[in-house]
Design a protein around this ligand. Structure first.
Ligand SMILES: NC(=O)C1=CN([C@@H]2O[C@H](COP(=O)(O)OP(=O)(O)OC[C@H]3O[C@@H](n4cnc5c(N)ncnc54)[C@H](OP(=O)(O)O)[C@@H]3O)[C@@H](O)[C@H]2O)C=CC1
Ligand SMILES: CC(=O)[C@@H](O)[C@H](O)COP(=O)(O)O
Ligand SMILES: [Mn+2]
Length: 396
């Protein structure tokens, strides 16, 4: 008997996760069908994807670029309907025809459509970790309330998901989980002399030793804010307190994370560092499908190293743990300040080592904002960004 194909919306289709997702989808045309694709401004890339995958809808965040894409696709004889603007992202995430949504927009902009998918009870493949940092409680409530299926794409969280029992219900005590161990590569500056960090360029910060990723997450990996965001993400996904989430620097990026159980067992997930593995895992779950990733050769890897994180070198990691422990609006403020600081750094408008200083100053100045609704969270995000921009201005 033929099983119906999964109809998939890929939010952030032109990015690193988006293109890896389409690579896996293309390997299994009998299983998957693209319903909608989205991008912000990369029209040429989205145009090519539309011709290849023939989605029902293509959405561009930028309305003016959407008009141009509509004309080009029309001239090419494509039946894809082009929509523009942020509201259309929520529409393609929640549409009745959609089974699965890959949430791979970068940053806080990814929250509303990912939440729309959760509220519509979809199978949500969550790469956009910022959604959980900003609105973890609300997001998890939406998933539970609508009976959505949430599968983590972030390599560490996907690894933890694989190492947890199949019936895990966000209660570490019930499952006998002692700690969640998140591995971190240490990024491009793990061994760089501290005084040399003053002058590092965006290109150097984006040259990740193990993963090819978008520029924002690459800078986050360099500062280890990525791991800090992932600590908060793990808290919400798995119901584990900050004290029970440990970061382990593992430069080979072969062990993607581990779960330490009370009986002394430690379960890990290993693989070559290629995001097509967690993407294929989540797309086909609970089955397994070919992802295009080559088999792990342990003899080639030969050794696996582990180090404690250096909080002097990576102050962002401590800031993120602090925000998680503070709760309230602190994680949303942390995220907003980080997005602003990273964007300014990438734009050559802020020295690399000022990134944590901007975040710390913003956290000090913005506190006690309500976060009991999406609207309140997005308002806190706007307010924190204004403060962060003022802090950036002082430090240019
Ligand atoms: N890359 C990776 O290996 C991993 C990524 N993640 C997470 O996945 C998410 C995506 O990362 P990554 O693929 O690297 O990012 P990229 O920068 O490569 O891609 C981002 C995508 O989002 C779109 N986009 C950007 N801004 C907006 C906006 N304001 N509104 C709507 N769409 C927007 C981009 O469109 P356009 O191309 O037109 O600009 C692009 O399609 C991030 O949250 C990241 O932390 C998690 C683990 C690993
Ligand atoms: C691939 C992935 O999941 C990234 O989030 C990765 O973890 C980045 O590497 P770091 O460990 O350097 O942050
Ligand atoms: Mn990760």
């Amino acid at each position: 008997m033929n099983t119906p194909r999964q109809r998939i919306t890929v939010l952030g289709a032109t990015g690193s996760i988006g293109t890896s997702t389409l690579d896996v989808i293309a390997r299994h045309p009998e299983r998957f069908e693209v319903f909608a694709l989205s991008a912000q401004r990369q029209m040429d890339a989205l145009f090519a994807q539309c011709l290849r995958f023939a989605p029902r809808y293509a959405v561009l965040g930028d309305e003016a670029v959407a008009l141009q894409l509509r004309q080009r696709l029309g001239e090419a004889g494509s039946a894809t309907e082009v929509l523009g603007g942020a509201a259309a992202l929520e529409d393609i995430a929640a549409a009745g025809e959609v089974d699965t949504v890959m949430a791979a927009i970068v940053g806080a902009a990814g929250l509303p459509p990912a939440l729309a998918a959760a509220r519509a009870g979809k199978k949500v493949l969550l790469a956009n970790k910022e959604a959980l940092v900003l609105a973890g409680g609300l997001f998890m409530d939406a998933v539970a309330g609508a009976g959505a299926l949430l599968l983590p794409i972030d390599s560490e969280h996907n690894a933890v998901f694989q190492a947890l029992p199949a019936d895990y219900r966000r209660d570490p005590a019930v499952a006998g989980v002692r700690r969640v161990l998140l591995t971190a590569s240490g990024g491009p500056f793990r061994t760089r002399a501290l005084h040399e960090l003053d002058g590092v360029t965006p290109e150097q910060a984006c040259a990740h030793p193990k993963w090819v990723m978008g520029r924002k997450i690459s800078v986050d990996s360099a500062t280890m804010m990525n791991k800090g965001l992932e600590v908060i993400e793990a808290h919400w996904l798995f119901g584990v307190d900050a004290d029970a989430i440990e970061v382990v620097v593992h430069p080979q990026s072969v062990i993607h994370s581990l779960v330490d159980y009370v009986d002394g067992s430690v379960l890990a997930q290993l693989g070559n560092p290629d995001m097509r593995t967690p993407i294929a895992h989540a797309l086909a779950w609970p089955q397994r499908i070919d992802s295009g990733v080559r088999a792990l050769d342990l003899f080639e890897i030969a050794r696996l190293d582990f180090e404690r994180p250096d909080y002097q070198r990576f102050p962002c990691l401590a800031l993120a743990y602090g925000a998680l422990r503070s709760g309230g609006c602190a994680p949303a403020v942390l995220n907003a300040a980080n997005e602003e600081a990273v964007a300014a750094f990438l734009d050559h408008g802020l020295p690399y080592r000022q990134i944590p200083a901007v975040i710390a100053a913003t956290l000090e100045r913005v506190c006690d904002l309500p976060v009991d609704s999406v609207e309140a969270i997005l308002a806190a995000d706007v307010q924190a960004r204004a403060v962060a921009r003022a802090e950036i201005h002082k430090r240019r």
